[in-house]
Design a protein around this ligand. Sequence first.
Ligand code: SDX
Length: 433
Amino acid sequence: MSERQAAARLVTPEGREIALPVLEGSVGPRVVDVRRLYAESGMFTYDPGYTATASCRSAITYIDGEQGILLYRGYRIEELAQKSDFLEVAYLLLFGELPTRAQYQQFVHDITYHTMLHEQIQFLYRGFRRDAHPMAVMIAVVGALSAFYYEDLDVEDPRHRLIATDRMIAKMPTIAAWAYKYSVGQPFMYPRNDLDYASNFIHMLFATPCEPYKVDPVLARALDRIFILHADHEQNASTSTVRLVGSTGASPYAAIAAGIASLWGPAHGGANEAVVNMLDEIGSPSRIPEYIARAKDKNDPFRLMGFGHRVYKNYDPRAAVLKESADEVLDLLGVKHNPKLEIAKELERIALEDEYFQERKLFPNVDFYSGIILEAMGIPRKMFTAIFALSRTVGWMAQWNEMIQDPEQKIGRPRQLYVGPGERPFVPLEERG
Ligand code: SDX
């Protein structure tokens, strides 16, 4: 897309006028190119939390926060969730176009035949206590992959990047499922090449060597849709982490391990687990007003988990799909009455009518309903964020590949507004009183 060379004019405190180029993308806000700002003005920009900073050019995912629109390579998330499947969406995110039948079949084959882990890796799990959080285990095991695939990895080699991408996407379900199996003291289940991606994960989670286990296709389809909804989301905290680590030329496995660590925070991907803990704590619709009041109370650290978003100032379209899915999955599972879902829906209704939430444009986000569905599917709470990480690995790898190939990208190295002491002489201990 050609960029109109408009300019933003800045007048420095000394009265000097500086013209900064304005760059235009294909859709969405334009950007002021500040790369020359320091050289021409001696000033930095200041933006804690990067609330108004574009860190890169990207063609992968577009979010219109005001309208509540999410596009993967131009396709609406609602349409992909309805009509596609996770590996087809993975191909789209990675390569930019929906695959032909032959491309899709080849991609599914490539992923399927990379799902096994090196036999040594299972011994890594044994260093953890059985009650270790799966996210801690996944950070360690994914990071360890950088030791297993180190010598022959040149991140500048497209072939090496493709293999690393296939390996990461293929092995995450095995790594995540084994973290769960280890936590419950059951034997690891190996991946099966006759099962689709979501079914394979469910089988590794719940099957045992003692008897055949048939995966419920309803659960597999519901989980596949959850994978689609969590696959990528522009430059969120964990994706920015992966880009920053990758910008140093570090192993992509190390970069993904850092992304998992970043996603784990309750303000980010850890919110899905925090939402169901919160709904348990609320316990009944009668206590909702008490928690709404706490969420609004500046002296109370409590926040409504699963609500609010840095970009969406409208309903998160993923939450809308998940809310609909929740009713569908629970109905298919024959669950007539799900107290958490009822509390969640009532909580949403009351919050959305409340001025505090309206003024701040706080709406349910992707994490608000996802945990309710996962729990109804029998997936343990501590695995919720691990499932988010499993799915987001596709987005992380797509963004990592895009970053490596971007001619404008260089090592990420922000500056600061220094507020510490100016230069001062060292005072020997005996003179310090
Ligand atoms: C994800 O970035 C992504 O794309 C992330 C993600 C992805 O797919 O990668 O979408 C996934 O991380 C979703 C978000 C999951 N986190 C939660 O649900 C945790 C609860 N939400 C918040 O902590 C918060 O809303 C954030 C972290 C999501 C966004 O925080 P911001 O953008 O920094 O906004 P803020 O904290 O400055 O809040 C603005 C105002 C503040 O009030 P005032 O100071 O203006 O009076 O809104 C209030 C906040 O106190 N506020 C909330 C609130 N969220 C914001 N008040 C009560 N409950 C909340 N949930």
